[in-house]
Write a protein that binds this ligand. Structure first.
Ligand SMILES: C[S@@+](CC[C@H](N)C(=O)[O-])C[C@H]1O[C@@H](n2cnc3c(N)ncnc32)[C@H](O)[C@@H]1O
Length: 200
């Protein structure tokens, strides 16, 4: 029997390792993309909070060489061999973020994905508020940069102003869906809010 406090490496962790994936979270974006049908060949995708690059691996394969993937994070991301993947160390909450993102890629985006997560403090209300601030930033970027008909997916912790965030996504996208992928750790408060088909 496992000792108290010991967390065994779970099924998704082992599967990610055996498939050469950088993070178990790769299974989350894979499930989300398949369920919602949002990653097409040739799509231009922004991944916010992309380190170490589990999502990026799945997105890069899905969009292929005709597509473009931009991944940004506070932490450095080990380079990708696929030339259609660009990464940068950026703080999405910094004042100059929007300009720096434009310097990386200034065209329209078909999909904006955010797996941004704050360092947790253990104080629930603080963690929820920080998570929601990051998700709102991702939504602001999506609203400024999305192509018509584009899609948006952002993780956030339930609670706090969650309903307000969902309403904001609803205002900008024709359809809103909530997804809790199977690879989400048991007991986690996180959920992905998806906005499908950016309104004019
Ligand atoms: C759950 S991890 C992302 C995992 C990633 N999706 C993957 O599949 O490898 C959340 C990430 O959000 C990043 N993050 C948190 N606050 C940030 C900020 N202000 N700017 C950029 N990245 C941030 C963290 O550095 C962390 O790498």
């Amino acid at each position: 029997m496992a000792k108290k406090g010991y967390t065994p490496k779970d099924h998704f962790f082992k599967q990610a390792k055996s498939q050469g994936l950088r993070a178990r979270s790769a299974f989350k974006i894979d499930e989300i993309a398949k369920r919602l049908g949002i990653l097409k060949k040739g799509a231009r995708v922004l991944d916010m909070g992309a380190a170490p690059g589990g999502f990026l691996q799945v997105i890069a394969d899905a969009v292929g060489p005709a597509g473009l993937v931009v991944g940004v994070d506070l932490a450095p991301i080990r380079p990708f061999t696929q030339p259609w993947v660009r990464t940068a160390v950026l703080d999405v909450l910094a004042e100059d973020f929007d300009g720096k993102l434009k310097a990386l890629y200034d065209g329209p985006l078909d999909v904006v994905v955010s797996d941004l997560a704050p360092k947790t403090t253990g104080i629930r209300t603080t963690d929820e508020a920080r998570s929601q601030r990051l998700a709102h930033k991702a939504l602001d970027v999506a609203m400024a940069r999305s192509a018509l008909g584009g899609h948006f997916v952002a993780k956030l912790f339930m609670g706090g102003d969650f309903e307000e965030f969902r309403a904001a996504v609803k205002g900008a996208y024709a359809e809103v869906k909530l997804v809790r992928p199977e690879a989400t750790r048991g007991g986690s408060m996180e959920i992905y809010v998806a906005g499908l088909n950016r309104r004019p």
